[in-house]
Structures are given as structure tokens and as C-alpha cells.
Ligand binder design. Structure first.
Ligand SMILES: Cc1ncc(COP(=O)(O)O)c(C=O)c1O
Length: 332
């Protein structure tokens, strides 16, 4: 494999997350596809999630610059925001989180951010421009008060953060090799696109390294969880930047994004997502969040049932998000 850049990093994961076989789910779907799951929901901080990987590099860069105050933003159920609060606590940083409004009484994720010591600023509306204005204002106020401030992007999705996902996919492919297989595809829920961009480049790096089956490309299939007309172009730009960091030519294959599971919108799951979550729970004893992971799982199950993965091996990327299971608003 090409020699990878040695970027500033803080360790927030204690080691690899598990890669588990889904024997009973595979059987329930007719044994047509061998299914595995990468348990990014299992980790050491604040109910964990895939975004700890981005934060290892985003906060590594921030600390290297001497930042002591972190400002980030997102929607109420943002796992990136909660995990920024947790990582900030762990590293002794001041954290401000700006959350889209309107404020909702009893939001579990917002309460957890506060319990982790972050100051949460709730916008009056769900308007992105309002939230971005608040980010600028909170950062400027902290700077005026003498703090050295770093603003992190929504979802931690910029190339430095997504580099953590490149390493996550390399980790998963090494675990698969140890278990004696190479996946044909990895399916994941996609929101801001950093995870998918990282997996695309990680899989391309693994193919560049070559394998016993001739380095057949591993397909990365994103399942969109909310509508975003700019998502593909954002992911392409991140893939190009990550490929440059990895010292490889950007993979030629188009970015795969399946938009059939978006349902009523962000945070709102349709019947297929609920059915998928129940099937995984009752066959494997694994719970998934309704905002991101259940939709991704519904996408995987629909593809398996279509026959497109017959005789293949697929890894499902479970990015975590478990607090959403307890959000009163999501009405489970
Ligand atoms: C639990 C969970 N899964 C998946 C995703 C999607 O990751 P990304 O934003 O990198 O597309 C997120 C991020 O928002 C998440 O919190």
C-alpha cells in the first residue's frame, strides 16, 4: 500500500471496532448474500459512533494549532455534535454546539451534549443560513474574549476528518482478510458524505495494494438518509482531496448513492426502515438508530432482496447514533 500521510491525531478509539458475521440475518434473507456488520456504534466515548474517526484528525489538527475552544454545528440528532462534546471533555477543550431549531423540549441528544459540558446554542428555525450565522457569531464572541477558536464543519465532513474514515475502511478490510474474505461491497447510510468519501478512497487503496483475487474493486454503496442535491458533488470533491492525500489517482467509478430510502425526510423513517431495524434486532440482537442506520439497513435489505448481491459478500457499516432510539420526538 502507498505510504500514508502522518497527520496530527488524537486517539479517541481504543482500538478496532468489531466486524461481525450476520449469519441469522443472512439466513432470514434467504442465504443469498453473506452479510457482515462493522460495529462503529461500539466505542469508548458517549455512546460512540463513526464520527469519532473524523474527530481524531480534526481535533488533532486543532490542538496542533493551539486551539482551546471548538465550535461546531448540526441538527438535533447530530452524533458528530454529541461526540465533539465528548471528545472536548476528554481533551479539556471548551465546546460550543449550534443546533438547528426550533428547540424541542426533552431532546435526548441535546441533553447529552449539555451533560458532556458543551454549551448548546439552539437556533430559532431549521434554516441553514441562520445556523451558519450563529456559528460565526459564537466563534467571533469567543475570539473577542481571547480564546483561540477552531470551527469544525457539519458532520466533521471535510477531507482532514474523512481521513479517519479512510483508515476505518482499511481496518475493516484487514479484519475481513483475517476472517478469510474480501467483501464485494460495503453499504452505508450517507448524510454529509464524509464517511462514504473515506470508504471509497480506502477501498481504492486496498485495490491498489492488490489481493489474491486480482484486486477486484470493492463497491461502496451509499444509502441517502435525507435529500441533498449537492451531496454527490461534495463527495466527489472529498474523494479527489483524499485520493491526493493518499497519493493515488481518484477512483474512476461513479459515486453510488441510492436515494430510495429517504422517506419523509431527515429523522423521519418510513416503514421499510422500521422493518429493517426490527429484522436485525430479532435475528441478531443488534439495535440501530432510526435516523441514519435503519435507513441504510433498509437500503441493504432491498438490494439483497432484488438479487443484485446474490452469491456476494457485503459489509454493512453501522455508524452508531443510538441516543436517537430514545428521542421522544421520533415517536417509537
Ligand atoms: C450514526 C450515523 N451514521 C451515518 C452517518 C452518515 O455519515 P456522513 O455524515 O459522513 O455521511 C452519520 C452522520 O451524520 C451518523 O451520525
Amino acid at each position: 500500500m502507498a505510504s500514508l500521510p502522518d497527520l496530527p491525531r488524537v486517539r479517541l478509539l481504543e482500538g478496532p471496532t468489531p466486524l461481525q458475521a450476520l449469519g441469522r440475518l443472512s439466513a432470514a434473507l434467504g442465504e443469498r448474500t453473506e452479510l457482515w456488520i462493522k460495529r462503529e456504534d461500539l466505542g469508548p466515548l458517549a455512546l460512540s459512533g463513526n464520527k469519532l474517526r473524523n474527530l481524531e484528525f480534526l481535533l488533532g489538527a486543532a490542538l496542533e494549532d493551539g486551539a482551546e475552544t471548538i465550535v461546531t454545528s448540526g441538527r438535533r440528532w447530530s452524533n458528530h455534535c454529541r461526540l465533539t462534546a465528548a471528545a472536548g471533555a476528554r481533551l479539556g477543550l471548551v465546546v460550543h454546539v449550534i443546533v438547528s431549531g426550533p428547540a424541542v423540549a426533552g431532546s435526548v441528544n441535546v441533553r447529552l451534549m449539555r451533560e458532556l459540558g458543551a454549551t448548546v446554542h439552539e437556533a430559532a428555525t431549521d434554516d441553514r443560513a441562520e445556523r451558519e450565522g450563529l456559528v460565526r457569531q459564537v466563534a467571533a464572541d469567543a475570539e473577542r474574549a481571547g480564546a483561540r477558536v477552531r470551527v469544525l464543519p457539519v458532520g466533521g465532513s471535510e477531507p482532514i476528518g474523512a481521513w479517519g474514515q479512510v483508515l476505518g475502511s482499511i481496518e475493516a478490510l484487514e479484519q475481513a482478510a483475517t476472517a478469510g474474505f474480501r467483501p464485494d461491497t460495503i453499504i452505508l447510510p450517507t448524510a454529509t458524505g464524509g464517511t462514504q468519501a473515506g470508504l471509497v478512497v480506502g477501498a481504492a487503496l486496498a485495490s491498489t495494494a492488490g489481493t489474491e483475487d486480482g484486486g477486484k474493486p470493492i463497491r461502496i454503496g451509499g444509502i441517502a438518509v435525507h435529500p441533498d442535491g449537492e451531496l454527490r458533488s461534495k463527495m466527489s470533491a472529498m474523494v479527489d482531496a483524499l485520493a491526493a492525500m493518499a497519493g493515488i489517482v481518484p477512483p474512476a467509478a461513479a459515486i453510488e448513492l441510492d436515494e430510495r430510502q429517504i422517506g419523509p425526510g431527515y429523522g423521519l423513517s418510513g416503514g421499510a426502515a422500521m422493518e429493517a431495524a426490527r429484522l436485525l434486532a430479532t435475528t441478531e440482537g443488534i439495535l440501530v438508530d432510526p435516523v441514519y442506520t435503519a435507513k441504510g439497513l433498509a437500503g441493504l435489505i432491498a438490494i439483497v432482496r432484488s438479487g443484485a448481491l446474490d452469491g456476494r459478500r457485503a459489509i454493512f457499516w453501522d455508524g452508531g447514533g443510538l441516543p436517537a432510539l430514545f428521542e421522544p420526538e421520533l415517536g417509537r
